[in-house]
Design a binder for this molecule. Sequence first.
Ligand SMILES: Cc1cc2nc3c(=O)[nH]c(=O)nc-3n(C[C@H](O)[C@H](O)[C@H](O)COP(=O)(O)O)c2cc1C
Length: 324
Amino acid sequence: MKTRITELFGIEHPIIQGGMHYVGFAELAAAVSNAGGLGIITGLTQKTPENLAREIARCREMTDKPFGVNLTFLPAVEPPDYPGFVDAIIDGGIKIVETAGNNPAQWLPKLQDNGIKVIHKCTTVRHALKGQSIGVDALSIDGFECGGHPGEDDIPNMILLPRAADELEIPFVASGGMADARSLVAALAMGAEGMNMGTRFIATKEAPVHENVKQAILAASENDTRLVMRPLRNTERVLTNVAVERLLEKERAIGAGIKFEDIAAEVAGVYPRVMLDGDMDAGAWSCGMVAGLVYDIPSVKELVDRIMREADELIRGRLAGVLN
Ligand SMILES: Cc1cc2nc3c(=O)[nH]c(=O)nc-3n(C[C@H](O)[C@H](O)[C@H](O)COP(=O)(O)O)c2cc1C
């Protein structure tokens, strides 16, 4: 397939692996890039710019294909060293950055002056238009189905993607709920030029997370995610577990006056315990509804090859076949 996204990023297949906290290490990014997609290292999982520089160097040893780095801008008591992370990205020779969480305008000139293409992830047409107006190179349109932070507008991709296509001029990929060839072909039909997957890539052989995480996604159905932190306007879609149900009970009991401190036990410092230690009840961790479409734990290459082969069959076979 050739789309504006494969051309922009110099990749073989229009499939991107979104940044994922404590999942997007060099092993997964390299596996996705080696399979012909675009792998992405999660910047903030590396606590310091020096660590990120090492992770980029490690990834480069595992692949000679393009890969990117995710920079997530979220509210934080002590903001991470963003200028340092940007320098590590530039010095590490990275040519693609995925931004998310907030308007990346402040960082665009420096990134783009250094030959970096920026794909900004957002959950509304409004924010997508803003991204386009400040000059990002591409967008990742993240529907309400997505694992992680779906925003507060709750528009699913069946509406969001064609709306984005109607408004945008720059290329975009569909993100949220993408799992297989059907997702890719539907995304293309709705005007996207590729797809971004999070949850589906966790359930692969190369994802460097505890086996319990992969098994939890395999076992989960589309009914098993919950939305937490809605009252804080920091909504996150997570897989249900004991801690998540306790968190939701607190949200019901405390009501609108709830503060971050009230739920810190269920959301702070959770990722290393879940992803590295496999403690599945440690707290709330992001997972998409698409878990219901995950039936196996293939290698990344098997997954990507299967998607591309079945997409071809779908377009030339079933779709061409419905025309008379
Ligand atoms: C475990 C997990 C962690 C994530 N962490 C981040 C993150 O740190 N930054 C970010 O921009 N997106 C993050 N995301 C969102 C993904 O990049 C992607 O947009 C999302 O997973 C797409 O939805 P899907 O899970 O339905 O494929 C995360 C998603 C998951 C499942």
